[in-house]
Design a protein around this ligand. Structure first.
Ligand code: F6P
Length: 345
């Protein structure tokens, strides 16, 4: 097929590896297929408002190790804009595009899927530090965030030990506990709290007291931002919602700090890792995964395999229906978490 014109966008929370996808798409699109690539600024907002630039091999040089996204991102939901689908259709027509490659997580790809159902040609590429997308074994960005969180826990360990403190580390992940569970395991945390399993503050304090009883006068508690106490065991507050209806999370770390200190009498401090987890250069694993997903995405777009998402299945990159990827959030199975209970406290 000759002269295929494809639009590219990065939406939702940025994550390391986005630029590696853009580079791979452009390299293969231009060099191997002779395609023309247009980059839209700031996710779906750039498509709705038609803010775009031509992407070339020259303009995408040197971006492989760079975090963030050269295209910019936003949490714009096309369905929240009046005549959103019509605006998207008009932009595609104006640029004579055959379709779009949307690089995003649950929200960006959810919007892509809705547009697909309304006749827009889209291919998805799964990204998110949260690792919570279905139909793929892993999203790029997760490995980098995990490494950042693990490094932070290692550093907090030494200071916790010196000061005989309880250090609470709040990590991201939205409603999935993948970052908390894996960084907690890698960093040897004494308590790991994830959104999938409401926690009991008495049990948390019990684990910490048990360590003290065994002569370990410090503890590391890793808590996912979306973790919730069992009903009636602790008071929590909810944040404002974004365009996709997700509440802004964060704050459980500080609440735990207060509760643990009050209940145990041990000095407790909280660290919120926040956006540090999304920033900076991607790990080698994320660069390679992002590159492989990008190469598969441009092949799929060039072939007109619209409605697919590129996915990692074991060691292979495959195409899966976009519908499957956005059907439900992939969360930590309870049995998987329970397997590690022996390591806590
Ligand atoms: O989805 C990625 C993520 O970093 C979540 O872990 C977190 O809840 C959210 O984005 C934060 O979003 P924002 O940067 O818009 O505050």
């Amino acid at each position: 097929m000759a002269d295929v014109r494809i639009g590219l966008l990065t939406g939702g929370g940025d994550c390391p590896g986005l630029n590696a996808v853009i580079r791979a798409v452009v390299r293969k699109g231009v060099d191997a297929h002779g395609d023309q690539l247009i980059g839209f600024r700031n996710g779906w907002r750039g498509v709705l408002d038609d803010v775009a630039e031509e992407l070339s091999i020259e303009s995408t040089r040197g971006i492989l190790p760079r975090g963030g996204t050269i295209l910019g991102s936003s949490r714009t939901n096309p369905r929240k804009r009046e005549n959103g689908t019509a605006l998207v259709r008009a932009t595609l027509a104006r640029h004579e595009l055959d379709g779009l490659i949307a690089i995003g997580g649950e929200d960006t790809l959810g919007a892509a899927h809705q547009l697909l159902l309304e006749g827009i040609n889209v291919i998805g590429v799964p990204k998110t530090i949260d690792n919570d997308l279905g139909a793929t074994d892993q999203t790029f960005g997760f490995d980098t965030a995990l490494q950042i969180a693990t490094d932070a826990i290692d550093r907090l360990h030494t200071t916790a030990e010196s000061h005989h403190r309880i250090l609470v580390v709040e990590v991201m992940g939205r409603s999935a506990g993948w970052i908390a569970l894996h960084s907690g395991l890698a960093g040897g945390a004494d308590v790991i709290l994830i959104p999938e399993i409401p926690f009991d503050i008495d049990e948390v304090c019990g684990l910490i007291r048990r360590r003290h009883g065994r002569g370990r006068y410090f503890s590391i508690v890793v808590v996912a931002e979306g973790a919730m106490p069992r009903q009636g065991t602790m008071r929590v507050t909810a944040g404002q919602e974004d365009e996709f209806g997700h509440p802004r999370l964060g704050g459980i770390g500080q609440q735990l700090e207060r509760e643990i200190e009050q209940r145990t009498g041990f000095e407790t401090r909280a660290t919120v890792l926040g956006h540090v987890q999304r920033g900076g250069t991607p790990t080698a694993f994320d660069r390679v995964l992002a590159t492989r997903l990008g190469l598969a995405a441009i092949d799929a777009a060039h072939d007109g395999s619209w409605g697919a998402m590129t996915a990692l299945h074991a060691t292979e990159i495959q195409l899966v229906p976009l519908a499957e990827a956005v059907a439900e959030v992939r969360r930590v199975p309870v049995g998987e978490y329970e397997r590690y209970g022996v390591l806590f406290g």
